[in-house]
Design a protein around this ligand. Sequence first.
Ligand SMILES: Nc1ncnc2c1ncn2[C@@H]1O[C@H](COP(=O)(O)OP(=O)(O)O)[C@@H](O)[C@H]1O
Ligand SMILES: [Mg+2]
Length: 142
Amino acid sequence: MSGGQEIILEFELHAAIFDVAGEASSKIKRVLQQIGVRADVIRRIAISAYEGEMNTIIHSLGGTMRVVIFPERTEIILEDIGPGIADINLAMQEGYSTAPDYVREMGFGAGMGLPNMARCTDKFDIQSAVGVGTKIMMVVFH
Ligand SMILES: Nc1ncnc2c1ncn2[C@@H]1O[C@H](COP(=O)(O)OP(=O)(O)O)[C@@H](O)[C@H]1O
Ligand SMILES: [Mg+2]
């Protein structure tokens, strides 16, 4: 399934570094626009990437986001080291958030990130181990 046509983007995401937060997602959006992906599809990918990027920065100790853009789909793989998620079903519920007050004061912590990632993607898989970290894989078809 490669044929050398895919575009690979990789980002290091650092815990609690808010001044560059959102830059990875912006870069992904620009690349998708340049290759002419439909605007509504770009929007779903950008939301999913942004929410994943922010969760890594806010809730983990740091990680990576790897994005592979194929002609017919975009895959996003987020991997972090951190506290992990004890109850994934609970974390997936709209409005559930453990974000600390200083994060809420910056306007984050509405508890809508994971539900929006699941809603905006065609495939969504989350695996997490408490005290180890979290891995999320998402696919959006163009
Ligand atoms: N990468 C992660 N590592 C640890 N916990 C996470 C991670 N992503 C999400 N969570 C947990 O899931 C909850 C819900 O995430 P989300 O729906 O994005 O809401 P929010 O980020 O606004 O809190 C978070 O508050 C946090 O407890
Ligand atoms: Mg979030």
